[in-house]
Ligand binder design. Structure first.
Ligand code: UFG
Length: 346
């Protein structure tokens, strides 16, 4: 039997991607997660829904010995590598932690893949590797130069380089997925059974999540980080993608690797940008809730505009996004946020 190894499988993107693979393949999955930002509830949801198909290891990726035991024991066909630190702002304050957790741990993992002859590797990268491109452009394609403006983006860019250089020498293939801004919750949630999959956070940092915490009354107010950017309304523009579509991009990447046996890099977004103000207005409209929004200073490390050119992934893989509507993203995230509030109040 062959296995797919998923690092960070208890996290938001990891768990939704696992769900996509569990639904669409017959594989067994090995999940490594130290639960630093992941949630055991995500794994429990999946284990309840898909019996006996996930083996969980509560390890950190810097635990080389334990990691090697896994590679030694199981026949691994593909690695999906999600585990990472993920806050742009935090990375500007504790850069070394980001290089250790994101770049050095990825290097360990790649080293084991080369030692145990793993042929397929899918890497969670980010739009943050592009930094803030200069000049006039509507969207960013994969050929834009990499010029990260925060340690988070640099830590991921360095991992991309390590992957590229080692894949040539050790003869394996990778797909690098450069995520734009993911949001929303699983669309086939089983609320009846009091379990659901969506974005859980110990300390929310993401725009849509924070706005929805205001809408459900978990927070009194929120702030807009800067209104002096060179954009249509002065607030930052991002390309928001529904979590189920981001998850299915991984399945398409996996199928791409099996069919083409070659490496590639794809942006994953919808090629559509919304400003911070537009997102907050849409949250108020969808949820029919009003809340206080303050104007704050710019947040460290924020580029003004990041919109994906997604033509490459659409051309080279079978990826077909299904939830390309800001309303759907917000509605699904709101349903999940209401569920979380109700569970916490029980
Ligand atoms: N923002 C606010 N107020 C908030 C939260 C966010 O104004 O309370 C703004 C931010 O300043 C930024 C935008 O909303 O302009 C989006 O911020 P997020 O924190 O939601 O997302 P980021 O764009 O900073 O980063 C996210 C992921 C990264 C990924 C990046 C890719 O966290 O991992 O998207 O674009 F690299």
């Amino acid at each position: 039997m062959s296995f797919i190894l998923v690092t960070g499988g208890c996290g938001y993107i990891g768990s939704h991607t696992l769900l996509e693979f569990l639904k669409n393949t017959n594989h067994h999955f090995l999940v490594i997660d130290n639960l630093s930002t992941g949630f055991i509830q995500n794994l429990e949801y999946l284990q309840n829904r898909f019996k006996n198909r996930i083996t969980f290891f509560n390890y950190s990726l810097n635990n080389k010995e334990k990691l090697e035991q896994i590679f030694h024991t199981y026949n691994i066909e593909c690695v999906l590598h999600f585990a990472a630190s993920l806050s742009v702002e935090e990375s500007t304050k504790i850069p070394l932690e980001y290089y250790k957790n994101n770049t050095i741990n990825t290097t360990f993992l790649i080293e084991l893949c080369t030692k145990y002859n793993i042929k397929n590797f899918i890497f969670s990268s980010t739009a943050a590797v592009y930094g803030q491109p200069e000049g006039e452009f509507e969207s960013i394609d994969e050929n834009f130069s990499l010029n990260p403006i925060n340690p988070y983006g640099t830590s991921k860019m360095m991992s991309e380089f390590i992957l590229k250089d080692s894949s040539k020498i050790y003869n394996f293939n990778y797909v690098i997925l450069r995520y734009f801004n993911v949001a929303g919750a699983n669309m086939d949630n089983d609320f009846l059974h009091s379990r659901a999959l969506g974005q859980r956070s110990k300390n929310a940092i993401h725009l849509i999540k924070i706005a929805l915490e205001c809408a459900v009354g978990k927070r009194e107010k929120m702030g807009i980080y800067g209104i002096n950017y060179n954009t249509k309304d002065g607030t930052c523009i991002r390309d928001y993608i529904h979590i189920n579509d981001l998850a299915s991009a991984h399945l398409s990447a996996y199928q791409y690797l099996l069919q083409n046996k070659q490496s590639n890099i794809f942006n994953v977004g919808y090629s559509k940008g919304y400003s911070v103000k537009e997102v907050i207005d849409k949250v108020k409209e969808v949820t029919k809730q009003d809340f206080l929004v303050e104007i704050l200073g710019n947040r460290a490390g924020d580029p003004a505009k990041l919109i994906a050119d997604n033509r490459k992934i659409l051309q080279y893989t079978n990826w077909q996004p299904k939830y390309n509507h800001l309303e759907k993203i917000i509605q699904s995230a709101y349903d999940f946020e209401c569920y979380l509030r109700d569970v916490e109040n029980e």
